[in-house]
Design a protein around this ligand. Structure first.
Ligand code: UDP
Ligand code: MN
Length: 373
């Protein structure tokens, strides 16, 4: 028998076995597996196509696939004496086939789907996204950064600049960053004393963001950067949007000020001003989470920085990018019709009381307390 024919037959047997085992382990009918095959649709009992409205089902199917393929090929290998080389090839073929179909399902569907990069076997050929995150030591710090890191872990080629307003870096933060597997920098940039002592609103996160800009000037040559506070909530689709930035892009942010959102206004398809509950004479009345900038554009403006002026940080930074005018803004998120960034705020918690070591010194609580900052 010709080698190619033999391989083909093995592949067909493999695919049949995989779908059979998939069927046994999930209880999902074969017709429902049509989600794999290029369309964002599943079949109902009569075989009619239905739109997928169930994200959970999609994610479940998505998660099972890679593991299923590997397991099934392994079983076929053991049962039929397939050589490890042929098994590896078969696994690779099936994975790339499945991935291709996920991509086209994603592109074809109205609602964009989640695609964890951990599932993708594709090379990271996209330009880097530098995410500048100011943070500071407080009880909410680790949970905030946990939430955020798990979002960023779903994004391709992210380089996370986590910058603490502190004299010493928090070791729990370093550990968290190491666990993510993300490319990261853990830097410190304390707020200058004179602003700390000031009464009223303080320029929060400014020293951190300026340190981030300094790092980018020294180390980055291409890609896009974005100021992402540690307490906000980000839709992973946002990161694919901001990759498109040529100079400066903008997009809506939910839960801002008394208007409930902050966004460029689009009329007849073009930019027509800003919607924000607090204009205050700003040229760029936008939220920190509402814009992204290309690294090249920044590098052409050596004096760009963020001012230590509470409430005017965004405006001051965007003005420092001159020459740059509002009409040049690149509008993202489907011409500013989707909210992909949310200005959430977490309730503040009191610092926790120290552990009574007489009572609990020889218990698990010691280790647990060390994880709370
Ligand atoms: N931040 C900081 N030092 C501070 C207060 C805040 O580095 O003393 C960081 C914080 O972690 C966040 C950003 O600066 O990433 C904005 O602060 P916050 O979320 O408190 O401001 P808000 O969103 O309420 O305007
Ligand atoms: Mn915040």
């Amino acid at each position: 028998m010709k080698r190619s024919l033999k391989m083909g037959m093995i592949a067909v047997v493999g695919i049949c076995l995989i779908f059979y085992q998939y069927h046994l382990s999930t209880g999902i009918r074969f017709d429902q597996v049509s989600i794999f095959n290029g369309g964002a649709a599943a079949a109902d009992d009569n075989g009619n196509l239905l739109p997928i409205g169930d994200e959970d089902a999609y994610v479940r199917v998505h998660k099972i696939t890679e593991e299923m393929i590997r397991k099934a090929v392994f079983r076929v290998q053991k049962a039929n004496g397939l050589s490890p080389d042929v098994s590896a090839m078969l696994t690779q073929e099936l994975l790339s086939y499945a991935n291709k179909n996920f991509d086209s399902a994603e592109n074809n569907s109205r609602v964009s789907r989640l695609t964890p990069t951990t599932m993708a076997t594709r090379e990271e050929t996209v330009d880097p996204l530098y995410i500048i995150t100011p943070t500071y030591r407080r009880p909410e710090q680790i949970p905030e950064l946990t939430r955020m890191s798990h979002t960023l872990m779903l994004v391709k080629n992210v380089h996370w600049l986590v910058i603490e307003d502190a004299i010493v870096a928090t070791k729990q933060v370093t550990r968290l960053l190491e666990r993510t597997g993300l490319k990261f920098e853990h830097l410190i940039a304390p707020m200058p004393e004179k602003y700390k002592l000031k009464k009223g609103a303080k320029p929060r996160g400014v020293s951190n963001r300026n340190r981030g800009l300094q790092w980018i000037r020294a180390n980055a040559t291409n890609g896009v950067f974005y100021f992402a506070d540690d307490d906000n909530t980000y839709d992973i689709a946002l990161f694919e949007e901001i990759r498109k930035t040529r100079k400066v892009s903008m997009f809506p942010v939910g839960l801002c000020t008394k208007f409930g959102l902050s966004s460029p206004i689009i009329k007849n398809g073009t930019f027509a001003g800003f919607y924000d509950g607090w204009i205050a004479g700003r040229k760029f009345p936008v939220d920190m989470a509402g814009f992204a900038v290309s690294v090249n554009f920044l590098r052409q403006r050596p004096n760009a920085s963020m001012p230590y002026r509470a409430g005017f940080e965004e405006d001051g930074f965007l003005k420092s990018l001159a020459p740059f005018e509002p009409r040049e803004i690149e509008l993202l998120a489907d011409n500013c019709t989707r909210i992909l960034a949310w200005h959430t705020q977490t309730k503040k918690n009191e610092p926790s009381a120290p552990l009574d070591m007489k009572l609990y010194g020889s218990t698990n609580l010691v280790k647990l307390k060390q994880q709370i900052v």
